[in-house]
Design a protein around this ligand. Structure first.
Ligand code: GTP
Length: 417
């Protein structure tokens, strides 16, 4: 194939019912329900130089002509000058489980005289998908979030048998923090088994040397033995050496298989002794689809999001802000303490004033009482003085004492005794 003349991102929807076995109906039930409710979108990106068999492999993976065959451009046609991004979606269904599968193709990658920035439009595309997701998360109504983030990126490595090329290393270094990278050795049928084995070692050594993080297939110890063995086998096959074909061919022993026919025999796509295609499909669609989605959401997207928000100077949460900023925390505590003190002071003032008023009222009352007692005493003294003066006048004038002084009853009693 060759790059498309179109430079615009396009999206086509193909509705197909898959005939062959895919495998996502075997996802654990619980995960299943969650994914089905959320709409179950899965987006795979394919990147690699032209002609490495990207379209063929996608069609082989989903056992469908999801990917329309591309007409090679005539030599005279003007070739696009940049990497373009094209996406194609299909609703596929297996045992009643629906999956919206999107494949993002990146024609033009590595096809130019100067490929220095081939990775850039791809990074931009991945980030704009993160942006679209963030924008939906920030909406008031977050019910219907459509997840168009890229969950896995199949990176096609040319089967040179040597080592990674600078463009491979540059691409993976630029992308590994933004997408789950799954390296693939393309057209593995062009290498012998020994060559494949040695090439894989070289590729892994290069990846480790350049500190590139590729998607690690997690192995859960608490799974049953069979699952652990299967997971270990998947992990051991990375980078997957694959062969793609949608042609059915006849084997020497008369079987009809998907494969590629050579004068010396048939390479079978679905035969694990021939290539790692089956393991790649198991990883993508059966075993690790949910992990790929979760890792994209919880790690890759989350890191991108917090970096972006920090870059914009947005502080997400006041409580988080206080935790990371002790000065702000102390200032807030001091303000709180001061309000409390002011309130206490006001209360005390009020109580004090009340007490003073009560005391004053009491004092006034006792003063009045004193005055009235004083008046009473003065009055009674005055009366006594008047009486005494009256007595004195009578004694002086020789008049007898007042009649009440001669008590008749006393007299009578005296006489009786
Ligand atoms: P662009 O469309 O240019 O991006 O290329 P592509 O990477 O999509 O490659 P495509 O699938 O169109 O395949 C290019 C050629 O390689 C076709 O002739 C395929 O038949 C052939 N091809 C695809 N996969 C394999 C493979 O696994 N082994 C071999 N030997 N040839 C393959």
């Amino acid at each position: 194939g060759s790059p498309l003349a179109s430079q615009n991102s396009g999206s086509t929807v193909v509705r197909k019912k898959l005939m062959g076995y895919v495998g996502f109906a075997n996802l654990p039930n619980q995960v299943h329900r969650k994914s089905v409710r959320k709409g179950f979108h899965f987006t795979t990106m394919v990147v690699g130089e032209s002609g490495l068999g990207k379209s063929t492999l996608i069609n082989t993976l989903f056992n469908t002509q999801l990917y329309p065959a591309k007409e090679p451009l005539p030599p005279s046609a003007e070739r696009p000058k940049t990497v373009s991004i094209e996406s194609i979606s299909a609703d596929i269904e297996e045992n009643g489980v629906r999956l919206r599968l999107t494949v993002v193709d990146t024609p033009g990658f590595g096809d130019f005289v100067n490929n220095d920035e081939s990775w850039k439009p791809i990074v931009d595309n991945i980030e704009s998908r993160f942006d679209a997701y963030l924008e939906q998360e920030n909406r008031v109504n977050r019910q219907k979030i459509v997840d168009n983030r890229v969950h896995a990126c199949l990176y096609f490595i040319q089967p040179t048998g040597h080592s990674l090329k600078p463009i491979d290393i540059e691409f993976m270094r630029r992308l590994h923090a933004k997408v789950n990278l799954i390296p693939i050795i393309a057209k593995a049928d062009t290498l012998t088994d020994d060559e494949v084995f040695n090439f894989k070692q070289r590729v892994l050594a290069d990846i480790a040397f350049h500190n590139i993080h590729i998607f690690q297939a997690p192995i859960y110890e608490n799974e049953d033995e069979e699952t652990v063995a299967e997971n270990e086998e998947i992990a051991s096959k990375i980078p997957f050496a694959v062969v793609g074909s949608n042609q059915e061919v006849q084997t020497a022993d008369g079987r009809t298989v998907r494969g590629r026919s050579y004068p010396w025999g048939v390479i079978e796509v679905d035969n694990e002794d021939h290539c790692d295609f089956v393991k790649l499909r198991q990883m993508l669609i059966r075993t690790y689809m949910e992990e790929l989605r979760e890792h994209t959401n919880n790690v890759l997207y989350e890191n991108w999001r917090s970096e972006k928000l920090l870059g914009m100077g947005v502080v997400q949460d006041i409580s988080v802000f206080k935790e990371i900023n002790p000065a702000a925390k102390t200032a807030e505590e001091r303000a709180l303490h001061e309000t409390k003190l002011a309130k206490m002071e006001a209360e005390m003032k009020m109580v004090f004033q009340q007490k003073v008023q009560e005391k004053e009222a009491k004092l006034k009352q006792s003063e009045e009482e004193l005055y009235s007692r004083h008046r009473d005493m003065k009055d009674s003294l005055e009366r006594q003085r008047l009486e005494l003066e009256d007595k004195k006048r009578r004694l002086e004038s020789g008049r007898p004492l007042t009649p009440e002084r001669t008590n008749p009853t006393k007299k009578k009693g005296f006489l009786r005794t």
